[in-house]
Design a binder for this molecule. Structure first.
Ligand code: NIG
Ligand code: FE
Length: 411
């Protein structure tokens, strides 16, 4: 095998590696990874390396450790102010999420807190969350707006996401979610708010080049199928890819609509119908499962995982980190929930947290698996087997996090 551009910047040796290429472990025992210019230049068994000359500036010995792709968390609402632990307590006493939302709590409560917070304050809070992510092995994260709900505050959130992207080594994908909820000033006028998004907010966001996708919450407590269609038409006309919060609390037919627009992903999907699965399979849409929200809302109906597997729909897992339904920071915990609550295998859970998360962001060709030419984003773990990540709870076994070839976190 050729050793392109010798010497490499860094060579990681003696690790057991699960590459996750094509969504499988693809284990390399006693492997090596050569990294230069932020990319994987070489990956394979250590014994296949020509070690009789200097082939890297730095060699890192990872004996008794595993190297796995960094987690790609493809669905988060990471930027917010305030807390909604009071709603958690209300739900524990029997209140329902929809009920709390209708009474002006829920997303609306966070919208008020975000509108009241300065960009600097949001950046400070969000920085702490990003640091938590990094220390738990996440190397790429999607962040949605959706707690501003007017152009000024949506732009404020997206600018904070951009600043996080500049100041942290993690790769951040910003998503515009103006259609997350109805802002209070538009009460009873949902179509007028949809007009505002289409005529004012989307052009402003497009003009600033500050979002890489557009998301909608399609649900009885949020936006209808017809409104979602109008929003998707406007977004795709502007060349922005779409994705959808679909079939979380009811079957609204959102997944089939998203498939018509070649959405990157449909997310949640507890109430997804077989027709919806077929439409997603046909259009190549990734299913993003969010077991943290399912768990926190004590839902009882799980997404149609068997049908998704049978029809070969890639399944990603994400934290859905948000103050209402999923205050969850740890992808390993999400993998555990994916296995225990949704019936995934440990291998499917790891594929969901890595390569399929990358697919959900349209980054499947450069992130999510360890293959020559891809970004050198990976984690060195103190574990005995990749299944340990899904199996254990409450322990973090990260040893090092490497992002584009550089050590971004070291224990
Ligand atoms: O993904 N479903 C809509 N959005 C979030 C919840 C946001 C919130 O409650 O603040 C979700 O679960
Ligand atoms: Fe969400």
């Amino acid at each position: 095998m050729p050793h392109a551009q010798l010497p490499w910047d860094t060579l990681f040796v003696h690790a057991d590696i699960a590459t996750m290429a094509h969504g499988r472990y693809n284990i390399i025992k006693d492997g090596a990874i050569g990294v230069s210019n932020g990319k994987i230049q070489w990956i394979g068994p250590y014994e296949k390396l020509q070690t009789d000359r200097t082939i890297a500036h730095e060699v890192i010995n990872c004996k008794d450790q595993w190297i796995l792709p960094g987690f790609v968390d493809c669905h988060t609402h990471l930027i917010w102010a305030g807390s909604r632990s009071n709603e958690f307590e209300m739900r524990l006493s029997g209140a329902r999420y929809e009920q709390i939302a209708k009474q002006g709590g829920g997303i609306a409560a966070t919208v008020k807190a975000v509108r009241d917070a300065s960009a600097d304050r949001l950046f400070t809070i969000a920085s702490q969350r990003i640091s938590h992510f990094l220390s738990r092995g996440t190397t790429c994260v999607e962040i949605k707006s959706g707690y501003g709900l007017d152009l000024e505050n949506e732009l404020k959130m997206l600018a904070v996401a951009d600043r996080l992207n500049q100041q942290f080594p993690l790769h951040i994908c910003p998503t515009f979610l103006g259609a997350h909820a109805l802002p209070p000033e538009y009460k009873g006028r949902t179509d007028d708010y949809v007009d505002l998004i289409i005529n004012t907010m989307l052009p402003g966001i497009k003009h600033q080049g500050i979002a890489s996708a557009v998301d909608v919450f399609c649900e009885s407590i949020a936006f209808s199928l017809a409104q979602t269609k109008r929003l998707f038409t406007a977004a795709t006309d502007m060349g922005l890819p779409v994705k959808l919060h679909a079939e979380q609390l009811s079957d609204s037919g959102g997944a089939a609509l998203a498939a018509q627009f070649n959405a990157l992903s449909c997310d949640h999907l507890e109430y997804l119908s077989l027709d919806g699965v077929k439409a997603m399979a046909h259009a190549g849409v990734t299913a993003v499962l969010l077991p943290g929200a399912y768990y926190m809302l004590k839902q009882t109906r799980i997404p149609p995982v068997r049908d998704l597997i049978r029809l070969d729909v890639p399944m990603a897992l994400a934290t859905d980190l948000n103050p209402g339904t999923s205050p969850v920071y740890d992808m390993a915990a999400v993998m555990n929930m994916g296995c225990v609550l949704f019936g995934l295998t440990c291998e499917q859970a790891l594929a969901g947290a890595t390569i399929n998360g990358a697919k959900a962001l349209g980054l499947g060709n450069c992130k999510g698996s360890l293959e020559t030419g891809k970004d050198a984003d990976f984690v060195v773990w103190d574990i005995d087997s990749p299944a340990d990540l899904s199996y254990q709870m409450g322990i973090c076994c990260v040893n090092k996090v490497v992002i584009t070839g550089k050590i971004a976190y070291n224990t």
